[in-house]
Design a binder for this molecule. Structure first.
Ligand code: ADE
Length: 236
């Protein structure tokens, strides 16, 4: 790997490793899009971090912003690998704990209900593949693996849970499958690094649990990304 690019929704999720590597913002790189670029070199490898950016005074989470950021990143930076790093919900019943870091092994949408034949359903669920080195990386560095399941809401409705369970979803986020969709169109490999802020089956109120654990999960994400960047740069 000579050129890796992170796509991250929330500044809080990227800030710890932007600081750690001392990478600098390239002002207005994606203008007029709100995405922001931080760039630098680590162990001879180019490291870019693209944030979705902000609108109405808050970070742009969700599929639309993630799609735009991923497409702009690929077209303008042409990285060898896209890494979608961020926080997620997970399930106690799958043995998940707060601030556990997972490597995604697939990415699907869980809130798209399109009737019709198998082709419509296959397309709407997505079920996108990940970078072929993901499994080995998880094994080498001792991370758990799981299927990323993406929707446009932080909460989880019964129909979402049904879709997640029927399709083996494990890591509930708001961007992963959108990043996977764009990468599938461009034939770009994608690695998912997800840190757990909340447990969807804990009975707690999701936003409260998410907010309480955000700092801890982002620290774990930084530690994981440091090890991942070391690992990838050693493969050059
Ligand atoms: N990001 C962090 N926790 C999440 C959840 N429960 N659902 C969607 N996105 C999340």
């Amino acid at each position: 790997m000579n050129n890796i690019c992170y796509v991250v929704a929330m500044r809080a999720e990227a800030e710890p490793f932007i600081k750690k590597y001392g990478i600098k913002e390239v002002e207005d790189f994606f203008a007029p899009l709100p995405c922001q670029l931080y760039e630098g070199m680590v162990n001879g490898m180019k490291l870019s971090v693209v944030l979705n950016g902000q609108q109405h005074g808050s970070d742009l989470v969700g599929c639309e912003a993630a799609s735009i950021a991923t497409m702009a990143a690929i077209q303008k930076l042409n990285p060898d690998l896209i890494i979608n790093s961020g926080t997620c919900g997970a399930f106690l019943t799958n043995g998940a704990g707060i601030a556990d870091v997972y490597i995604g092994n697939r990415a699907m949408f869980h809130d798209r209900r399109v009737p019709g034949d198998d082709a419509w359903s296959t397309q709407s669920i997505g079920n996108y593949p990940v970078w072929e080195g993901s499994k080995q990386l998880a094994e080498d560095l001792g991370f758990k693996t799981g299927k990323v399941t993406t929707g446009s809401s932080l909460d989880m409705q019964p129909c979402d849970l049904k879709m997640i369970q029927e399709n083996g979803g494990e890591l509930k986020d708001m961007e992963g499958a959108a990043v996977g969709f764009v990468c599938s169109l461009f034939g770009k490999p994608v690695l998912y690094v997800k840190s757990v802020t909340d447990l969807c089956d804990s009975g707690a109120e999701t936003f409260e649990e998410f907010s309480r654990n955000l700092g801890k999960a982002c620290e774990a994400l930084k530690d994981a990304n440091e090890r991942i960047i070391e690992h990838l740069s050693a493969q050059r």
